[in-house]
Design a protein. Structure first.
Length: 249
């Protein structure tokens, strides 16, 4: 009998939110040995400044994921807009593999394309320009060559600037662009998409302008961020659901 596959994203774990780390560790314990794989689709951490930036939270998470993987479940990590500097060293400590975005998952339901989701927010041109810069190999090599204190100072300044910029943007600018979603689905020829990033959990049906993979309708499932509630997606055979649970402080 096959086991389900689980998907989570946007936990934004950090030292001053121990409730979120406890929620993840409890989630892992509840599903340990009971699922085929766990996919973490970005922003596992609120900030990641390099694999040498070890914190109490990152160590607890690495141990929890390693134990989870040791019980027979594959663990996959995808970069988000907050933790795109996560590297192979940390992934190895977690017993996990890093995924390149987008990732095409083959399942009994059919193919599902997995991504963090920020590349679909094309109306936010300011963010897309920033993303293009920080995702370049040259920028990352230069940044990671700096000492940790300099990286922390840069991150604090960037977060302040981001908060100011975000406050001045219309809400819909930070959501996905529907035309970009449709173009992407047509380009990858897949009617199922799962992502996070927007913090707007929902399941959307999309009428396709042309038939994709023998279907005239696509499904876009959006994972929610973890705060008062935790969100995850469960793929069990041909059954694909978005689920939530309460997080106690």
């Amino acid at each position: 009998m096959s086991k389900p596959i689980l998907f989570i994203s946007d936990l934004h774990l950090q030292d001053d939110r121990p409730d979120l780390t406890r929620a993840l560790l409890k989630f892992l314990q509840e599903h340990q040995g009971k699922c085929e794989a766990l996919y973490i689709l970005g922003d596992l951490f609120e900030v990641w400044l390099g694999d040498d930036g070890i914190t109490a939270t990152s160590e607890a998470v690495a141990q929890g994921l390693s134990e989870f993987a040791g019980c027979g479940s594959d663990v996959y990590l995808m970069h988000g807009n907050r933790d795109f500097l996560m590297g192979t060293e940390f992934a190895a400590r977690c017993g996990a593999s890093l995924l390149t975005e987008p990732h095409r998952l083959h399942s009994k339901l059919g193919d599902i394309v997995l991504m963090h989701g920020d590349t679909l927010c094309t109306d936010d041109t300011e963010y897309q320009a920033f993303r293009s810069m920080v995702r370049s190999a040259a920028w990352q090599a230069d940044f990671l060559a700096r000492d940790l204190e300099a990286r922390i100072a840069f991150a604090q300044q960037a977060r302040q600037q981001s908060s100011v910029a975000t406050a001045g943007k219309q809400d819909d600018i930070m959501d996905v662009n529907q035309a970009s979603v449709l173009e992407f689905l047509q380009r990858v020829d897949c009617p199922r998409l799962l992502h996070g990033h927007t913090h707007r959990p929902d399941v959307h049906s999309i009428d396709l302008q042309s038939e994709i993979d023998g279907s005239s309708e696509a499904i876009r499932m959006v994972l929610g961020d973890w705060g008062e509630r935790g969100w995850f997606s469960e793929l069990d055979g041909e059954h694909w659901q978005l689920k939530q649970f309460s997080i106690s402080t």
